[in-house]
Design a protein around this ligand. Structure first.
Ligand code: HEM
Ligand code: SF4
Length: 511
């Protein structure tokens, strides 16, 4: 970001520090403060004395400098809880009110700008976490995601959108960032252009995006982004926040008009010019000579280099891990970290020997698909939440561990603490949404259950709602589902496709 932008940002941070103090002194209400703090990438937690700061990582890129900043910040402020978020950021939790401003200010030195990390802004730009490294991808989309992140940050003070805008780039082989159902999703084509989907999203009334163009020229990406912002500002709903996300434009404008208006705006901007994009990938000259294989190892397209996958259970990154990672990485040239959209982290550009060292360092990682389940931070921390998703996930994993024979029979599930869908439960093979069930006139902690969702790149499906189960019954329910899959002698993917009714039957038996 340029000097003027940063100077203004520093002033905003100072003012925000004063507002955080006013909130602490109860001179601002929770609602008033939420409206302000989101725009700076921070929210008060359920306990109003505790705060969260969301460290934006463009495209999930946790560079060496950013990791160093994280380590120093953890030490300096005695931070005790981190969360890998499904928007490819790292969240610092349980902060005191007077830690928020200095952390945001100090993050500038590591090129972390928390501004627009929340609120009605263009958010952290998402990107396939293995972009530039993954075999089979047509081209590296990360530099495009980075350029869009810089562009949207540079202009975010110039407009007021009705709600947030999430943009994602997929490298065409991995759509874990869900480009087909974001406010804007670019998917790399083999000919160097992008397929573009707009006005999709999760949450209430979730919907897939509308495919508006098959072949956006890569140099024109910024015009299309600007066209989306302009369209949203012109046609979005400023009256009702619950119906303000871009996906509601599909209904209010109709898909044809939406597409027509959007392409008209984009065409005019392309014509006007001035923002052609020319990007370059970071060169990776390193090569390895030895080979390594393993469940958590992925070979890169660069010869002899590997990625090591690390999924801390529930995305709950142990507080001493960033320091251990940094110490390890300091001996490993070019090895960096990427954060995925499902609470998984990757160490990239490793030789076989380095990969082995990182496997040993992260031995606490999830090893089964079920342990890779995604759970939002949940109601113990989040003001919005109904259920403690993290606690529920742990209870289920602990129970399933008692039955080692079904360890690999259960899928990666997704648990959201409320309808906001922060874990994207709609596309989970089994998904859960925090809920309350009244039993004998007594409200009980429960989850709504969705079955059959998928985020496979060419087979996106939203799961069907099948029933409501009590939170306390979930561990036993998973054991029953795992045993049924085991008895069928099928893989989970075959089982859920061919015997979905059996899964539904088990869920219903717990209703
Ligand atoms: C202070 C805590 C948080 C608050 C108040 C909050 C608020 C919300 C709200 C209101 C929505 C619904 C937006 C809509 O109408 O679509 C939402 C959606 C979402 N949030 Fe959060 N959230 C919080 C934490 C998180 C965390 C920790 C994550 C990631 C782990 C996250 C990721 C998401 C995602 C992926 C969606 C789905 C929206 C979409 O892409 O359409 N949020 N959040
Ligand atoms: S799904 Fe609900 S409980 Fe979970 S982090 Fe999002 S808003 Fe909070």
């Amino acid at each position: 970001m340029n000097k003027e932008w940063i100077e203004l940002y520093r002033e905003e941070i100072k003012k925000f520090g004063e507002q955080t103090k006013e909130f602490h002194d109860q001179k601002l209400t929770r609602k008033e403060y939420k409206g302000i703090s989101g725009g700076m990438g921070s929210y008060a937690q359920r306990d109003a004395n505790e705060h969260m700061v969301r460290l934006r990582m463009n495209g999930g890129e946790l560079t060496r400098d950013k990791l160093k900043f994280l380590v120093e910040t953890i030490d300096r402020y005695h931070i005790n809880r981190l969360k890998l978020s499904t928007c490819q950021t790292i969240q610092l939790h349980d902060l005191k009110y007077d830690q928020v401003e200095p952390i945001i200010e100090e993050a500038i030195s590591a090129k972390i700008y928390t501004k627009a990390g929340g609120g009605d802004n263009p958010r952290n730009v998402m990107c396939s976490p293995l972009a530039g490294l993954q075999k089979g991808e047509p081209f590296d989309v990360l530099p495009y995601a980075t350029a869009v992140a810089d562009y949207t940050l540079s202009i975010c003070r110039d407009f007021k959108m009705p709600r947030k805008l999430k943009i994602a780039f997929s490298n065409g082989v991995d759509d874990s960032v869900h480009a087909t159902f974001r406010d804007m999703g670019f998917i790399a084509n083999p000919d160097g252009t992008f397929k573009l989907y707009i006005a999709g999203g999760l949450g209430a009334n979730h919907s897939k995006g509308v495919l508006v163009k098959e072949d956006v020229p890569a140099k024109d990406v910024l015009y299309y982004v600007r066209a989306m912002i302009d369209l949203f500002c012109e046609y979005g709903n400023y009256e009702n926040r619950a119906k303000a996300r871009t996906r509601y434009l599909q209904e209010s404008m109709g898909q044809d008009k939406l597409k027509e208006e959007f392409l008209k705006k984009a065409g005019e901007l392309v014509e006007k010019g001035g923002h052609d994009l020319v990007v370059e990938s970071k060169p990776i000259d390193k090569r390895g000579t030895k080979e390594i294989e393993g469940k958590r190892i992925l070979p890169q397209k660069q010869e002899g280099l590997y990625m090591v996958e690390y999924h801390p259970i529930g995305g709950d990154l142990p507080i001493d891990m960033p320091r251990k990672m940094l110490e390890c990485l300091e001996k490993m040239p070019d090895v960096e970290c990427r954060i995925g959209a499902d609470e998984t982290m990757y160490f990239v550009n490793c030789t076989a020997k380095e990969a082995q060292e990182l496997l040993d360092l992260t031995a606490d990682a999830a090893s089964t698909p079920f342990e890779h389940s995604v759970a939002c931070i949940g109601a113990a921390v989040c003001q919005q939440g109904l259920r403690n998703s993290q606690q529920t996930l742990r209870a289920c994993i602990d129970e399933v561990k008692k039955f080692p024979e079904i360890a690999d029979c259960l899928p990666k599930v997704r648990i959201s603490g409320c309808a906001s869908s922060c874990s994207a439960h709609q596309i989970g093979s089994i998904g859960f949404q925090g809920f309350v069930k009244v039993v004998d006139k007594v409200p009980q902690p429960a989850f709504r259950v969705f079955v059959g969702g998928s985020d496979e790149i060419n087979n996106v499906q939203f799961g069907n709602f099948v029933g409501v189960v009590l939170e306390k019954d979930m561990p036993e329910m998973f054991v029953k589902i795992g045993q049924a899959c085991k008895e069928s002698k099928k893989t989970w993917d075959e089982f859920i496709k061919e015997d979905q009714d059996k899964v539904v039957e088990i869920v219903k038996s717990f209703e």
